[in-house]
Design a protein around this ligand. Sequence first.
Ligand code: ADP
Ligand code: ZN
Ligand code: ZN
Length: 747
Amino acid sequence: MPLLRVALPTPLRRLFDYLPAKGQRLPEPGVRVQVPFGNRQLIGLLIELVDESAIPVSKLKAARDYLDRQPLFEREHLDFLLWVAHYYHQPVGEVVQVALPNLLRQGQALHPPQQPRWQLTKAGEALDTSELKRAPRQAQLIELLKRRQTAPLQKEILAAGFNLSQLKTLEEKELVESFTLGRKTQGVGLPVLPVEEPPPKEVLAEIPLKLTDEQDEVLDKLLAGLGHFQPNLLLGVTGSGKTEVYLQLIQKVLERGQQALVLIPEIGLTPQTLGRFQKRFNRRVVALHSGLTDRERLNAWRAASEGKAAVVLGTRSAVFTPLPKLGVIIVDEEHDASFKQQDSVRYQARDLAVMRAKRAQVPVLLGSATPSLESLAHGLSRQYRLHHLKQRPEEHIEIPQPKLLDIRSRKLQGGFSEPLIKVISKHLEAGNQVLILLNRRGFAPVLMCTECGWIAGCQNCDARMTWHREPSKLHCHHCDTQQPLPPACPQCGHSELHPLGSGTERAEETLQERFPDIPIIRIDRDSVRGRTALQEKLDQIIHAKPGILLGTQMLAKGHHFPDVTLATVLDADHGLYSSDPRAMERTAQLLIQVAGRAGRAEKPGEVVIQTHHSDDPRLEKLCVDGYEALAKDLLEERRKTHWPPYAYLAIWRAEAPKTQAVEELMQVLAQEARASLQTNPEPVTLLGPVPAPMERRQGRYHMQLLFHAEKRAPLHRLIARLLPWLETAPEARKARWSLDIDPDDLF
Ligand code: ADP
Ligand code: ZN
Ligand code: ZN
């Protein structure tokens, strides 16, 4: 007898065998099944049918039900999900959870249930309603149905003031009957709803831009790659027309009758972006992102998985969307940190995009003005084909070279030096917009007592509380703890507490004082809340001329601000001397992204960066020679220090309310790993266990153990040997642990 092998949403890294459900046809892999698990019912995904189980058949339980008639995933896609679970050493069931829209996870049907309609039976049609004198509402209901040409929906009948019990009574008298249209039409001789119209022949809905020679050359090379696997990296300065190249590449993919998957950063998926794609094509373009309702998300997912949506524009988890006719994958702003998931299955969507393209034998295009060092290394070593767009289409527009403004011995007011204020005035007086980046929200990052030096700290974290003024509170950005401001120093009673440093609120206050007549639009997580807030702010910006746009990195990403002529960074130093090995890469990306906001239309731009370290050779290199030159230097450093992309990392993290539980778990794990390396030598180095850079966070202690290897395979072999041991180790029950393969940061 065939058995069902099922992936279930449990933390156990294995599949589970069940007997088939009684009295039902055997399902195909890719179908959801409902199964008993302990004393619960779980919804899992059938991965394969097998003939044997390691568990005696007499001990196996039977599945309760199958939730789909057709598989949700084709075999090829199931294998991709299995590969993801294998590579990240995560339970297949957890990967399936990430890949499924919420409603499917909860067991809802793929297709929305059909609304019932009501019509008269033969007897109902023949009825003389005066026979229903005793039940006037029933008589009126019959009259209503007689008047209607087509059978009304049940909800229309209810909306007209009738109730269900009236319908049921008439149904019992066999005067009315209900039915649904669509898949399960009962054959009552009603017109079948029109099926989806065939797509219009012409793919294009508008005439595309005429490409520049540079764009044309890149597009040609990309088009030559259609139909087989080829990874490409497009390094194109901001505004160089990368999106236009994507659009024209997608056009050809759609003309071949295929689908395109476009991944974009979380913040980049605005109605603007979506609109640009929808305007171009006479084909269905759907968005998949966290701002959708569950129902919207399911609808988009279904359209994609049934091949009806030609273009899927989505954030990181869209990389799992089934696409039966996949023709190309594009990852825009491929360096963006939001492509890495930081909990449950810690996957990197950009890497998965490449792997998925390889399995599907389609080209993949990673695009960025500031590519990740990983992708750039692949480009330089020719594993990826590297393309450049060095100019903006409107050729007379120079991309401004950033200028460093040293503030070492200058007095700052709300984060601004006097020379910077002067530059800002100049641009405002010319009627232009100024963009100011300060990657810190709140009023001030530190609140201090001037008398005794007390600093407001978080009781749950090794962190300072940020002072917010609107509304007034102390707020820990790591655990979300919020407290009222103390009226006096809790340590010495002194009544003067002083803010140190500035966040966006304080910068805004300073700007208001200095430029009282200029509109200031602040964009950060405090001022932009809700689904439409960002778009509303972006709309305001268009009319603010002159105007100031002030914000965190939310501002620096992807939006076009044609009237900005000055882009400035208040504090470039965060990250210059950080212990995080990726900090300089991230700083450089942010600076260049901000610089790219200046002078995008007909106006020449200026970029000014405030720093205490204007003599830092890396900053200088970035400003003078550009991102790629600096990135090459950083890569050389990484090569010398044997760090990714020239080595491979995995981090085990553990946390618990008690230090001891965390320490014990990490110690036995390290011991077990070292013992394993003794018996099965592998070129893997262990670093730690050590306390996490922020040891206490959210009231819990955090430790980590880093594995480092020059080759991928030995690292993964060691991890695979340790996991079964760890899953049963008693110490692992007292602390929470997680495993991060190819970690993005070391925190
Ligand atoms: P990127 O994605 O690299 O930031 P976009 O594709 O958004 O660049 O292009 C930047 C601006 O240049 C847009 O306003 C776009 O309409 C315009 N543009 C792009 N390609 C061309 C072209 N070939 N001719 C004229 N304008 C172009
Ligand atoms: Zn004090
Ligand atoms: Zn905290």
